[in-house]
Design a protein around this ligand. Structure first.
Ligand SMILES: Cc1ncc(COP(=O)(O)O)c(C=O)c1O
Length: 386
């Protein structure tokens, strides 16, 4: 019904995945290369979104827009699947999760404050607060049975003098889904130490059964100091629409974020972001389910193949399309492996991109047609053994 096997040449579309390679990896997009680094997908979006855009384009005027009630209804209805009922007045629109994170840090913490992150971490979690002159405290996750877990004693220690904690829920780069006990403990620790909890839930819809997403705000009280960040962009491959939402029920935080948006003239959302979001959340479910089945097959394939190499372990993600490959028992260094993968024409992120705890790992984006996954896997296997 949906053709995830279709190959598209993304190079004519000014795409970051290809066009940033010369700067970031010293690799030309014209080489025989498979980019599997930045987290977007090489699949066509759900036809219902394309249709909604086409329909909107029939009207040739694109003046100032205002979010319609139907958009709010679609957003609220989507989150109900997780037993999370969002009140419309608690929602604010942003031009992406990272821009929202920057606004939250800027407005709700002070220069010099400690911001705690659990590493390895999605790299803007460190970069954004650092650029805003906050002090980032890295608290390492621990490896348990081939997945990350929390050392809550260490986290509590780190939170003692902190003003905010950035929670990656589910976890990028590890692909770990945090269960209710973890979520409850994090909420309790932040509350105990009066730490603002910022929950980035951008990967939440991309879950593989039997894992379930428990939104932080499905478990918190109105006055709790929590801001959750959500978006349809990772789920539906729409990163280019630059759209995300923050949600907070705490009146003081809400007022501060609303004032900041007004002060910085941040209004929205973009006309095509509104159209896409409403269509995705209203009609996108069948596409999403088909996508998840497709990605899971690729993850299983890559795990089976790459684990044939001595010392390689592949963490099949519990959520999202990012595979975390463990090469700590491999005879080759990360630097040597990175060089070999590049020479083989596969561009992936070394785990150290996500902090020092990422040493001995690589992150592979498998959201590409299966034929591409097969070719990349073949190239990586050859790179290990050449
Ligand atoms: C955890 C996490 N947050 C945020 C983003 C990016 O969000 P946006 O493109 O809306 O800024 C990503 C992208 O990979 C991510 O993994």
């Amino acid at each position: 019904m949906f053709d995830f096997d279709q190959l598209y040449d993304r190079r004519p579309t000014s795409t970051f995945k290809w066009d940033a390679m010369p700067d970031l990896f010293n690799v030309s997009p014209d080489e025989d290369v498979i980019p599997m680094w930045v987290a977007d997908m090489d699949f066509a979006i759900a036809p219902v979104i394309q249709d909604a855009w086409n329909a909107r384009m029939q009207h040739p005027i694109y003046g100032y827009s205002r979010a319609p009630q139907s958009l709010y209804d679609a957003i609220i209805a989507w989150q109900k699947r997780y037993n999370w009922t969002i009140a419309q007045e608690d929602l604010q629109f942003h031009q992406g999760v990272v821009p929202a994170l920057a606004l939250v840090i800027q407005e709700l913490t002070n220069e010099g404050d400690e911001i705690v992150i659990s590493t390895p971490a999605y790299y803007p979690f460190k970069d954004v607060p650092t650029r805003l002159n906050r002090h980032v405290v890295e608290c390492p996750l621990v490896i348990n049975d081939g997945f990350f877990s929390y050392d809550f004693d260490a986290l509590e220690m780190a939170l003692q003098n902190a003003s905010a904690y950035i929670f990656c829920h589910p976890h990028n780069p590890g692909g770990t889904v945090w269960d209710q006990t973890v979520v409850e403990t994090i909420i309790a620790l932040c509350k105990k130490h009066d730490v603002l909890l910022i929950s980035d839930e951008i990967h939440a819809d991309l879950l593989f059964a039997p894992h379930e997403h428990v939104p932080v705000m499905s478990l918190t009280a109105k006055e709790d100091r929590v801001v959750s960040l959500i978006a349809p962009t990772k789920t539906f491959n729409l990163a280019g629409i630059q759209f995300a939402m923050s949600v907070t029920t705490n009146d003081t935080l809400k007022q501060a974020l609303t004032d900041a948006a007004a002060r910085l003239a941040q209004f929205g959302p973009h006309v095509f972001a509104m159209t896409a979001t409403e269509a995705a959340y209203t009609h996108g479910e069948p596409w999403l389910q088909a996508l998840l089945a497709y990605i899971e097959k690729s993850a299983d394939y890559m795990k089976t193949e790459l684990e044939q190499i001595d010392g390689v372990r592949v963490w099949k993600p519990q959520a999202s399309y990012l595979v975390w490959m463990d090469v700590r028992d491999c005879a080759l260094t990360d630097v040597e492996l990175m060089k070999r993968f590049k020479e083989a024409g596969v561009i992936i992120y070394p785990g150290t991109k996500f902090g020092q705890t990422g040493e001995g790992f690589f992150r592979i984006n498998i959201a590409s047609p299966f034929s591409v996954i097969e070719e990349a896997t073949k190239r990586m296997k050859a790179a290990f053994t050449k």
